[in-house]
Design a protein around this ligand. Structure first.
Ligand code: COA
Length: 167
């Protein structure tokens, strides 16, 4: 059978990762079994105010993903489609947790495709265990002294505790 470009594919998993959670890591782990390489792109959502700096969000993602051989963490503050185009990558991975994620994801997938027709968005269902968590929820729980060790790696939990101790 003729080999297609898609036979050896890299994919980008973009997000704010403010901070990275086990929900994100579950999507990354499963994608890394399908694609040859996953680039976790720590980027900006202009609609958000972040709790951690760009550098901190990237460092936490790097540390949490250091054991994955085919996963690289890259920080990038431009348009997602420009990154894809500049690096000849066609696939974007996104996780869907609940029905309400769908509308926003559909809008982003269409907008990205309108800007760069070569790309495709692949959706994975977030594992049931993490389908109700978000970075904001984890931050809120830590702020009130709750335990988030089942939802974020140990070092991320420590960074969160440090953040809310200061404030
Ligand atoms: N498990 C648990 N939580 C998850 C999750 C999963 N699998 N997937 C997403 N989430 C949570 C995130 O923690 C985040 O929580 P928060 O809102 O409390 O911070 C929320 O779901 C949204 O996810 P995120 O991946 O951060 O997406 P986003 O909607 O903030 O950002 C970007 C989307 C960053 C990818 C988008 O803004 C982007 O591409 N920016 C680059 C600039 C650009 O090209 N803009 C045009 C886009 S059309």
């Amino acid at each position: 059978m003729k080999k297609k470009a898609s036979d050896s594919m890299e994919a980008v998993y973009p997000g704010s990762f403010d901070p990275i959670t086990y929900g994100h890591i579950d999507i990354i782990e499963r994608s890394a079994e399908i694609f040859e390489k996953i680039i976790v792109l720590v980027t900006y959502n202009v609609r958000k105010t972040y709790s951690f700096s760009f550098k901190e969000r990237t460092e936490m993602a790097k540390d949490s993903l250091k054991d994955f051989k085919n996963v690289e963490v890259v920080s990038y503050d431009g348009l997602l489609v420009d990154f894809l185009n500049q690096n000849s990558i066609k696939v974007v991975i996104r996780g869907l947790r609940v029905i309400s994620d769908f509308e926003h994801e559909l809008q982003m997938a269409h907008a990205n495709k309108a800007l760069y027709n070569t790309m495709e968005t692949f959706f994975l269902m977030t594992d049931n265990e993490y389908s109700y968590i978000s970075s904001s929820m984890v931050k809120e729980i830590v702020q009130f002294g709750g335990d988030v060790s089942s939802w974020v790696p140990e070092k991320v939990a420590a960074k969160l505790m440090e953040l809310y101790k200061k404030n």
